[in-house]
Design a protein around this ligand. Structure first.
Ligand SMILES: Nc1nc2c(ncn2[C@@H]2O[C@H](COP(=O)(O)OP(=O)(O)OP(=O)(O)O)[C@@H](O)[C@H]2O)c(=O)[nH]1
Ligand SMILES: [Mg+2]
Ligand SMILES: [Zn+2]
Length: 326
């Protein structure tokens, strides 16, 4: 069945969607679709993650003798809104405008990976919208249908962490509660699916992981023991290594992060995710690799940590689906 990558209603073929008027490209319909919704409160790090992830993914594909091609208007939109501010001007991105100012539009790319022709859709939206999300808002219908619902948790807002790191890093004061956003996103997903829909995975991402890594330099033995354990998956980044056992590494990391969230008094995040009735996995990512100074990215440039994990996990899921086993 052909579906529009924005409103997930049926379309007859390529061309304008009769429901939401998006120009549906033929690449979306002809290739294996893989879709990610990126959600989270304001300043959680959604847009920075997308910008850095897709930049790194281009390098990753090149190392596999493949390449990434933006589809339709994605080339200009990605360039102007993500790449130029982040990598060329070395300034951080502004807040993503809410949906009533600028309509939500998926970013689309095509590429071949491990012999499979994919069309990837990533939907970025404003934290402002997620903080006041109404479950029946039609503009967020995609939450019920994308393969991966990615939800970002900003460790700087986890009370246990902000208390320890206040004064060491800049703690955001104004943006909404991540747990509240996670619950609203899951409620909207439920309402939009209305009992039917494809298998989905919830990816709960601890963003800005560089901040948590700083805890290791603090004197408390509690933090040192968890971060400095030899062989810890939180210490390594295998995402650019071709042929790496990402599955095994991913489950090890998941277990370690469960322990970390316990320590951080953030069990509520785990229970909300567990109750949602879809498989969930924990990820730890730092798109920038370090705390940026006021308006620009760190002078050392961007050294991301595990920034491809979610995307590679989504591709692995698609691959398993294609081969007919879970
Ligand atoms: N330390 C650290 N800070 C980060 C990282 N990624 C983002 N940030 C900080 O978080 C701020 C907000 O990032 P954005 O990606 O614009 O946040 P967003 O979730 O898209 O926010 P909205 O568009 O308002 O919903 C950035 O300006 C950085 O200061 C990271 O990997 N590490
Ligand atoms: Mg944004
Ligand atoms: Zn549509």
């Amino acid at each position: 069945m052909n579906q529009c990558p924005r409103c997930y209603r049926q379309v007859a073929g390529a061309g304008q969607c009769a429901t939401c008027r998006l120009e549906v490209p033929s690449e979306w319909l002809d290739r294996v679709q893989v879709s990610l919704a990126v959600t989270g409160a304001r300043t959680a790090g959604k847009s920075v993650l997308i910008g850095v992830m897709m930049d790194q993914f281009e390098y990753f594909l090149a190392s596999q003798d493949s390449f990434l091609t933006p589809v339709g208007t994605t080339k200009t939109r990605f360039h102007e809104k993500y790449r130029v501010p982040l990598l060329q001007q070395r300034n951080l991105l502004g807040a993503t405008p809410p949906a009533d100012q600028e309509s939500i539009e998926p970013l689309l790319w095509e590429f071949d990976y491990q012999g499979v022709p994919y069309c990837l859709s990533i939907i970025d939206a404003a934290g402002e919208d997620f903080e006041r999300l109404s479950p029946s808002d039609d503009r967020f219908r995609y939450l019920g249908f994308v393969d991966f619902i990615t939800t970002l948790v900003d460790p700087l807002k986890v009370p246990g962490v902000s208390a320890v790191l206040d004064g060491v890093v800049t703690v955001p004061r104004q943006s909404g509660d991540d747990l509240h956003v996670l619950r609203s996103v899951l409620r909207a997903r439920d309402a939009q699916r209305n009992g039917t829909g494809p298998d989905q995975v919830l990816a709960v991402v601890l963003s800005k992981f560089d901040v948590l890594q700083r805890l290791r330099h603090l004197s408390s033995p509690k933090w040192q023991s968890i971060f400095n354990r030899p062989g810890s998956a939180m210490q390594r980044d295998p995402s650019m290594v071709a042929g790496f056992d990402n599955e095994g590494d991913g489950s090890l990391l998941h277990e370690e992060l469960l322990g970390l969230l316990e320590l951080l008094d953030a069990r509520m995040v785990i229970s909300a995710a567990t109750q949602a009735g879809l498989p969930f996995r924990l990820f730890a990512i730092s798109a920038l690799g370090a705390e940026p100074d006021a308006q620009s990215v760190g002078s050392g440039g961007i050294i991301p940590f595990r920034v491809l994990d979610v995307l590679l996990a989504a591709l692995a899921k698609k691959r398993r689906d294609l081969h007919g086993h879970v």
